[in-house]
Design a protein around this ligand. Structure first.
Ligand code: FES
Length: 339
C-alpha cells in the first residue's frame, strides 16, 4: 500500500510519484529519479525543506528537525522526514530544473586561490577536476586539505566560471578549516569537493527583491544579485542589507559598490551590530537596517545567516503581510566537521 504525492515546483511544473507506506517523501522521489535538494537525510540540515499543501503526513519517529518554529507554523516540512499518511501535495521553493538535473558529483580539486577578506573571513578558491554546474546560491562540500573533515560553504563566484569556484569561509580558529587556512594553506593543495547542493536560488516571482545577509551570508547572495541583473527585462527594485558584528569583519565592500554602479535600482545598506566608537555608519543586524517601508506586500525576501536572523525575518515579514512562500532562507549553522 502507498500514496500518491504531487510535487509542485516554483516554475509551475508538477510531478507525481508513488510513495510506499513507511517510506519518506525524499526516498521515494530519489527512487523515482527526482533529485530533490537534500544533504544529510537525517533532519538536521534543512536542505530538503518543502511545504505540505494538502493531505496528511507524519514524521519519522525520533528524527531531528532543523525547522524553526515559524517554519513549522507556516506548513513547512522536511522531505527526508515526511511520511505521507494519505495522498499529499507538496510544494518546493525551487524550479523543476534543479530536481531533474544531475545529482551532485564528487571529484578531486586543487586550491587555486587564497585571500583574507576581513579579520575573520577568507576567500578560498578551488579548481575542480570536473565541471560542477552550480546555480547561484548553491553550496559545495569540501574536504579540508590533508584531513578527513568535510565542511559546507556557499559558492560566491560567478556561475559562468565553473573551472574556478570561490567560497567565503568564516574562520573558526579551532575548526579544521580555520586551522588549515591560518596555519598551512598553500596554492596547489589537493582536496576533494562534492556538489552542488541546495535550493537557496532565485525564484521566478516578479516584484521588489530584498536580500538580507548576516556575515558570510553575503557569499551566496552576491552571485544571486548578479543573476538578477542579467535577467532579461527591467531589473526590479532591489535592496541588500548586509551586516557583521564588528566593522573589521566587513568584507566585499568594493564588490558591493561595483554592483551599485552597475544597478541603478540597487540600494545597499551596510551596518555593524557591535560598533567601535570610530564607526559612524548604521548600527544593528541586517534586518534592523531595513525600515518597514523597505518591504512591500509583493516583495520577495532572501535571507541568509544565523537561525535567529531567519526567525526574526519571518516574523517581521509576517507582520507586514508578506506570505511565507515569498521568503527564501538559508541557515548558517556553526556545523561540526563531518567525516
Ligand atoms: S536532507 Fe538534511 S534535513 Fe533533510
Amino acid at each position: 500500500m502507498g500514496f500518491r504525492a504531487a510535487l509542485h515546483f516554483d516554475d509551475g511544473m508538477q510531478r507525481e510519484i508513488d510513495v510506499p507506506q513507511g517510506q519518506t517523501l525524499l526516498d521515494a522521489a530519489l527512487a523515482a529519479g527526482l533529485n530533490l535538494a537534500h544533504q544529510c537525510r537525517s533532519g538536521s540540515c534543512a536542505s530538503c525543506i518543502c511545504t505540505l499543501v494538502s493531505g496528511e503526513a507524519g514524521n519519522v519517529p525520533g528524527r531531528a528537525s532543523a525547522l524553526l518554529r515559524s517554519e513549522i507554523d507556516a506548513g513547512m516540512r522536511l522531505a527526508c522526514s515526511l511520511l505521507p499518511q494519505a495522498d499529499v501535495a507538496v510544494r518546493f521553493a525551487y524550479g523543476s530544473r534543479l530536481a531533474e538535473g544531475e545529482a551532485a558529483i564528487r571529484c578531486d580539486a586543487v586550491v587555486s586561490g587564497l585571500r583574507q577578506l576581513s579579520s575573520d573571513v577568507w576567500e578560498l578558491s578551488i579548481q575542480p577536476e570536473k565541471r560542477l554546474d552550480a546555480v547561484p546560491g548553491q553550496y559545495l562540500r569540501i574536504q579540508v586539505p590533508g584531513t578527513g573533515s568535510w565542511r559546507s560553504y556557499s559558492i560566491s563566484s560567478e556561475p559562468d566560471s565553473p573551472e574556478r569556484l570561490s567560497l567565503v569561509v568564516k574562520i573558526h580558529p579551532q575548526g579544521s578549516m580555520g586551522r588549515y587556512l591560518l596555519e598551512r594553506a598553500g596554492l596547489g593543495d589537493a582536496c576533494c569537493v562534492e556538489g552542488p547542493f541546495g535550493a537557496f536560488t532565485l525564484g521566478s516571482w516578479q516584484g521588489p527583491h530584498v536580500f538580507i545577509a548576516g556575515g558570510t551570508g553575503l557569499g551566496p547572495i552576491l552571485p544571486m544579485i548578479d543573476q538578477l541583473r542579467e535577467r532579461p527585462g527591467r531589473t526590479p527594485d532591489t535592496i541588500l542589507a548586509f551586516a557583521c558584528s564588528r566593522e573589521e569583519g566587513l568584507f566585499h565592500l568594493d564588490e558591493l559598490s561595483l554592483r551599485q554602479d552597475w544597478m541603478a535600482r540597487l540600494d545597499v545598506r551596510v551596518g555593524v551590530s557591535r560598533p567601535s566608537p570610530a564607526w559612524h555608519g548604521p548600527v544593528g543586524n541586517p534586518l534592523a537596517l531595513l525600515e518597514d517601508a523597505a518591504f512591500k506586500p509583493d516583495s520577495i525576501v532572501y535571507v541568509c545567516g544565523a537561525p535567529g536572523l531567519i526567525e526574526a525575518t519571518r516574523e517581521r515579514c509576517s507582520s507586514l503581510g508578506i506570505p511565507p512562500e515569498r521568503i527564501r532562507a538559508e541557515q548558517y549553522l556553526p556545523a561540526p566537521d563531518t567525516a
